[in-house]
Each structure stands twice: as structure tokens, then as C-alpha cells.
Write a protein that binds this ligand. Structure first.
Ligand code: TEU
Length: 566
């Protein structure tokens, strides 16, 4: 398609710097470590690297709490290290996208330090300050200005003794929300973004960017949470001015700038209707969004830490709905994993008996949808969830807060730990498994989060020379997107929507047709497709079988194949 934007045929690779490669031996990954492994990414064939935050930060939420947006945290290196990483990325024909975390800053950011210092400080209004709710005195239970529950447990307001008022934090208390109603805040963010673009970066992944416009009336939410807390989500998600703010950002930061950029908005709870608006090119907002519907299907009534088994029909209905919704206007992001999600081979696959088969089947299903695929570090090796034995093995603020709050509320610690083991974010954050050596080749020091013991057999070095490996399957999928326009921009049609275990769809463009069929179950399955596929070329498979006779397909456990007609 001559007019399709460059990112329709691109694949993005997410690096979580803390866990990628440690060059200094302090147990924490760093920029020099990333630079030294860029050839792994080139070998895989990805087009874009998205770097999770490397800015100066107290690291309360591993860098998603920023105290200086224009400095590199010493734990990751220096600005010179960054410039070198950027140059080496570009030298390999890849682009580099930064994380933009501007719904909130750190409480240690000078903006917040000033803001909290007095009620008449010029930066007071850069954050959300409110007095105690009448008739309570500040500090009394129930005195919080709204009943909103924080994403990381407990109230989303904390009392600051200096002025006796509360500040809003949708996440941890060390992550106060910036007040986007204030034009000075927006101008400061735009200036900072331009500074990074002037340095040569190629775009931004925008953290919880659909939460930046709150209803300024700050109404209470329906009470659902623990201890009488309420759900504030309807009052801060996709709020009244969010499209205006994002359009303004586009104008102020990107308009008139030479280059090929990528913008992706992370948007918990976003609907497909809103996603169409955010990504309609005519509206000048974002290139694509991360939606959460498909990674919420295994959440039970109690939320993510009350997981239930996935029904494959729900997954097909959800992803299919998004394919249809953004078929003519807007664009999808495709992902199973990121630094917040459990590992997909453990979550939707079988990381034991059918490890290789299920990792490659799930990859096949995802990558050949219409949209831009994202690979999270280690996913291309089939990395799995970690065998955390006790709560002391965990590091994530969300998990630790949830554990404390649940146990205080009387839940059984063993049950809480079980849920954290299945769904906790640290599963995604164990060090990258480069080889079979003691720390998996991550670095010489004791890693900040223990290496998964399965690195002895599950590692990059073991897969490079194995054409059947998970790594080479990802490499082949990425190559298909680069070489076949039907993968990048073809139409999508879901097949067999009611089959409980087989995921199948067709892509088509100008007379070229692709058939994708995957058995996402550990038993043999059969299904029917159009007999026209009987003799079609097999473009990719993770199995030896792959026969179609008279339209009848017999599939081995977790078998996946792609066929082509043209
Ligand atoms: O995450 C936002 C978000 O809504 C989630 O993925 C969240 O971490 C999780 O669902 C809580 O249950 C972004 C970042 O990706 C995450 O790492 C940060 O902690 C969060 O924003 C705050 O910056």
C-alpha cells in the first residue's frame, strides 16, 4: 500500500532496562548493557525499540515515578550512554521510542516539592490539592476528598502535613497526579518532549495517557473497593478534555517536524469507540493505542488478582471486535506481554508440556492480525512466569501493596501469594535469559530480582542455532510482516468464532489470501475450512503435520500454521 504509514509493517520491541542487561555488576540493567545487545534485536528483525523509563527517579515504581524528565538515572548510566544507545540503534536501522510518564511525576520532582511547600506557591496548582472532606478533620478516616481507590491499593489521596491538604495519586503515594487543567503544566510537558525529539528520539509510548483529564468536580465513585473505597474510573478515564489535550500535544510537539515518528497511547479501560477517535488520522491525535480488553478476560469478579481460566471464544470475540472496529479508521496495537502482564506462555499457553508449541502458536495468532505487534523482552524466547516461593521474592509495589492490604483485610496469605504468582508484574521483570550461566548472562552482580531457574535450558544462546526455536519463529513472523503487504494492511476475517479451542482467521489483499489456523489447546482438534486451502502453500508452521483434506483440518496440540493463496 503506497500510502500506508511506515509503522503498519513495523514490529516494536520493548526493553525494560532494569532487567535487560547489567554492564556494571550492581545487579540492575543499564544503558550500556542494552547497547551491547542491540545485535540480538537486529537478528530478530524488529524495527523499533521502546525503552521503559530511564529518567531520574526514586524508583518507587521502577522509573514510572520521575523526578527529572531531562536526566538519566545514574542507576541506568549517563546522558552520554543514552546518546550512544540512540546512535547505535539508528546505525542498525532501528528507531528508538521513549516512555512518556506525564499523568503523574514523582513526589520528589522539584515541581511537587515546590507545590507542596505552601498553598500560595506558584506551582501549587500543578497538582491536585484538596482540603479534608467536611465534616472530617484532616487525617481522620473518610476525610479523603473523594472515595477513589488507588490502582495500587488504598485511597488515591494522601494527606500532606505541611499544608494540611490532600494530594491526588491514582497510583502510588509517591506518584502525585499532575494537573493538566493548568496550561503551564502542559507547556512544560511539551517543551520536555521537544527536547528529547531534538536529541533524536523517534516518538513516545505514553503512559496512562487517557487518565490526564479528570472531571474537575471530582465526584465520588460507586463504592466497590475494599474498606468503603469507590471506583473513580468514570471520573478520570477518557475525561472531558483528553482529546483536546492530545491534539494540542500533537500540534505543539510534532507538527512541522521532519521525521518518521511513532506515538502510542497506553489506555487502561479504553473502548473501541474511543480508540477510533484517538487514532483517526484526520483528528491529529495518536498513531495507535494499547487497549486492555483482551488481557482482562481472565480477571474474575475480584479483579486481576482473582484470576479465572480464559475462554478462547471470549478472546476471539474481543480481538475480532477490535479488528472490525479499526478496519477503516484508526489502527490497532497487538500485544500479549509487557512489563505489567504475566508471561503469555504461562498465562494462555502451557509452559510445561507444550512450552515451545504453545509459545509459537500464540505468537502466530497475534502477529498476523492487522495492527502493529509489540514483542516484550524475553517473549521471543518463550520466557515464563517465575516460581516465586514467598512474598520476600517479590519487588513490585503493586504486588507488595496488594499483599499487605489483603492480608490486613483478613485474606489467607497463601491464597494471596498464589494469585500474585499467577498475575503479578514481577513475572515479566525477571532478568533476561541470555545464556545458561549463573545469572543467565544478565550480569555479574546479584540481580535485583532473581533469575528464573529455567534459564539453564531456556535462553537466547540455546535458540540462535535452532531453526525450530521460539526465537526463530518470532523472527519468521516479523519477516512475514516486512515482506507480505497482506500481513501489514490486508483485510481481516475471523473464522470458526464458536470453536472452543481453534483460533482461525483469514487476511486478504488484492487477490492474495492468508489462512491462519492455531490449536490453542493441549489435545488434538479438528475443524473445517474452505477446501480451496487444501493445496495452498504453507508459509509458516510450528509442527510437522499441517494437512488439510477436503477442507478438514486435523491439528496436533498447539499446532499453528499459515497458508497462502495468490
Ligand atoms: O500502567 C498502567 C496500568 O493501568 C496497568 O498496566 C497497571 O500497571 C496495572 O494494570 C495495575 O494493575 C502504567 C505502567 O505501564 C505501569 O508500569 C505503571 O506502574 C503505571 O502506569 C503507573 O505509571
Amino acid at each position: 500500500q503506497p500510502n500506508a504509514p511506515w509503522w503498519t509493517s513495523a514490529v516494536v520491541y520493548q526493553v525494560y532496562p532494569r532487567s535487560f542487561a547489567d554492564s556494571t555488576g550492581d545487579g540492575i540493567g543499564d544503558l550500556v548493557g542494552i547497547t551491547s545487545h542491540l545485535d540480538h534485536l537486529r537478528r530478530l528483525g524488529v524495527d523499533v525499540v521502546w525503552l521503559s523509563p530511564i529518567y531520574l527517579s526514586p524508583q518507587a515504581d521502577n522509573g514510572y515515578d520521575i523526578s527529572d524528565y531531562q536526566a538519566v538515572d545514574p542507576v541506568f548510566g549517563t546522558l552520554e550512554d543514552f546518546d550512544r544507545l540512540l546512535a547505535e540503534t539508528h546505525a542498525r536501522g532501528m528507531r528508538l521510542v521513549m516512555d512518556l510518564v506525564v499523568n503523574h511525576s514523582s513526589d520528589e520532582h522539584p515541581w511537587f516539592v515546590e507545590s507542596r511547600s505552601s498553598k500560595d506557591n506558584p506551582k501549587r496548582d500543578w497538582y491536585w490539592w484538596r482540603p479534608a472532606r467536611e465534616p472530617f478533620a484532616a487525617g481522620e478516616p473518610g476525610a479523603e476528598p473523594t472515595n477513589w481507590e488507588s490502582f495500587f491499593s488504598g485511597p488515591s489521596w494522601t494527606l500532606d502535613e505541611t499544608t494540611g491538604e490532600y494530594y491526588l495519586h491514582l497510583f502510588d503515594r509517591k506518584q502525585p497526579d499532575l494537573n493538566w487543567e493548568n496550561p503551564e503544566v502542559r507547556a512544560a510537558v511539551h517543551e520536555m518532549m521537544r527536547w528529547w525529539l531534538d536529541r533524536g528520539v523517534d516518538g513516545f509510548r505514553m503512559d496512562v495517557i487517557n487518565l490526564i483529564s479528570k472531571d474537575p468536580a471530582l465526584p465520588d465513585g460507586a463504592t466497590t473497593g475494599a474498606g468503603g473505597l469507590g471506583n473513580g474510573f468514570p471520573h478520570y478515564a477518557t475525561g472531558p478534555r483528553v482529546h483536546e489535550f492530545i491534539q494540542e500535544m500533537r500540534r505543539e510537539v510534532f507538527d512541522g517536524r521532519e521525521g518518521a515518528f511513532l506515538t502510542v497511547g497506553e489506555m487502561p479501560g479504553v473502548t473501541w469507540e474511543d480508540a477510533r477517535l484517538f487514532t483517526d488520522p484526520a483528528r491529529g491525535e495518536l498513531d495507535m493505542v494499547f487497549q486492555f480488553e483482551h488481557v482482562s478476560l481472565d480477571h474474575g469478579p475480584g479483579g486481576k488478582f482473582d484470576p479465572k481460566p480464559l475462554d478462547l471464544r471470549d478472546l476471539k470475540a474481543s480481538l475480532g471486535r477490535w479488528q472490525t472496529a479499526l478496519a477503516d479508521t484508526g489502527w490497532n496495537s497487538l500485544y500479549w506481554n509487557n512489563h505489567d502482564q504475566p508471561r503469555v506462555v504461562s498465562r494462555f499457553g502451557d509452559d510445561d508440556r507444550w512450552w515451545r508449541e504453545s509459545a509459537t502458536a500464540l505468537a502466530t495468532v497475534l502477529h498476523l492480525h492487522r495492527g502493529t505487534p509489540y514483542v516484550y523482552q524475553g517473549e521471543e524466547l518463550g520466557m515464563t512466569n517465575a516460581p516465586f516461593a514467598t512474598v520476600d521474592d517479590l519487588r513490585d509495589v503493586e504486588s507488595l501493596n496488594h499483599y499487605r492490604a489483603s492480608v490486613e483485610a483478613g485474606q489467607d496469605p497463601g491464597e494471596v501469594l498464589k494469585a500474585l504468582r499467577a498475575m503479578g508484574r514481577d513475572n515479566a521483570r525477571t532478568p533476561m535469559q541470555w545464556d545458561a550461566s549463573a545469572n543467565a548472562g544478565f550480569g555479574d552482580g546479584t540481580p535485583w530480582l532473581a533469575v528464573n531457574p529455567n534459564h539453564e535450558w531456556l535462553n537466547a544462546a540455546a535458540q540462535y542455532d535452532d531453526p525450530r526455536s521460539v526465537f526463530h519463529h518470532y523472527r519468521a513472523l516479523i519477516e512475514l510482516r516486512h515482506t507480505l503487504p497482506v500481513v501489514a494492511v490486508g483485510d481481516f476475517t475471523m473464522l470458526l468464532a464458536d470453536h472452543p479451542h481453534v483460533y482461525a482467521y483469514e487476511r486478504s489483499l488484492d487477490g492474495t489470501r492468508l489462512l491462519v489456523v492455531a490449536n490453542l489447546h493441549g489435545t488434538e482438534q479438528t475443524c473445517e475450512v474452505d477446501p480451496v486451502w487444501d493445496d495452498a502453500d504453507v508459509v509458516l508452521t510450528n509442527s510437522e503435520q499441517g494437512r488439510i483434506e477436503g477442507g478438514r483440518v486435523a491439528l496436533r496440540p498447539w499446532e499453528a500454521f499459515v497458508r497462502r493463496l495468490s
